[in-house]
Design a protein. Structure first.
Length: 198
C-alpha cells in the first residue's frame, strides 16, 4: 500500500532517523552550496545507456530500499525499487565510488529529508554520470538536471542546485528518468521500505 510522502516523513521521524543535514556539502550525490543547475521546465534529460541487471538485487552496504510509484505527465503509473538514503551519513555517501551502471538491479537512489532543504548536490568521488530530480513534499518535481562526475584530483567540484526548496531527491544513471517517467509534470509517491524480489 502506498503512503503519502508526508506520512513517510512522520514514520521516519518516529523511528528516530537522523535529522536533515546542517547545510554542509555532502558528496556524490551530495549536497553542496550554490552553483549552476537547471529547472525541470527547461531541462531536457538526455537518454543514456541504462544497463539492465540480471539476478537478485545487490544492495549497497548500509542502504535500505524503498518502492516509489510514479504517475507520469500522461497519467501512466509505474512502480520502481530504489536504494534508500535516509540518514546524514548515507545521504553524504550516496552513489560515491559506484561503477555499476545497473546499480545492482536498483532503479536509482532515493534521498529522504525530514524537512525541506535548498542545498545543491555535487559529484565528488562519483564515477557515473547521473541525473537528479529534486522533489517537493507532495511528490511533484521542483527541478531536474544532469550531473557529470568530478575527477578525484579536482581542486573543487561544480554544484547542481535545486530550482527551489525540496524534500526528496532521486538520482539515476544519466538519462534514466525517461524510463521512470519522472518529468516536470509527474508525481512520485513513496511505498514500502522493502521491494519484491526480481
Amino acid at each position: 500500500m502506498l503512503v503519502p510522502l508526508a506520512v513517510l516523513a512522520a514514520v521516519v521521524l518516529l523511528a528516530g532517523c537522523a535529522a536533515a543535514g546542517d547545510g554542509s556539502g555532502t558528496a556524490a550525490t551530495s549536497r553542496a552550496g550554490s552553483g549552476a543547475g537547471s529547472n525541470a521546465s527547461t531541462t531536457r534529460v538526455t537518454i543514456g545507456s541504462i544497463v539492465p541487471h540480471t539476478g537478485p538485487r545487490d544492495q549497497l552496504d548500509g542502504f535500505g530500499e524503498v518502492t516509489v510509484t510514479v504517475v507520469d505527465a500522461q497519467g501512466v503509473t509505474r512502480t520502481f525499487c530504489l536504494l534508500l538514503a535516509d540518514t546524514d551519513a548515507l545521504r553524504e555517501r550516496g552513489l560515491m565510488f559506484v561503477e555499476d551502471p545497473a546499480l545492482g538491479g536498483y532503479d536509482g537512489m532515493f534521498f529522504f529529508y525530514e524537512q525541506d532543504d535548498r542545498n545543491g548536490y555535487w559529484m565528488k568521488n562519483t564515477r557515473l554520470p547521473l541525473s537528479i530530480a529534486y522533489l517537493a513534499a507532495d511528490g511533484s518535481t521542483v527541478s531536474m538536471t544532469d550531473m557529470a562526475p568530478c575527477p578525484d584530483d579536482a581542486g573543487s567540484c561544480p554544484t547542481y542546485p535545486a530550482g527551489g526548496p525540496y524534500r526528496y531527491t532521486i538520482e539515476v544513471p544519466e538519462g534514466g528518468f525517461d524510463r521512470l517517467g519522472i518529468s516536470a509534470g509527474s508525481k512520485v509517491t513513496v511505498g514500502a521500505r522493502a521491494c519484491a524480489p526480481l
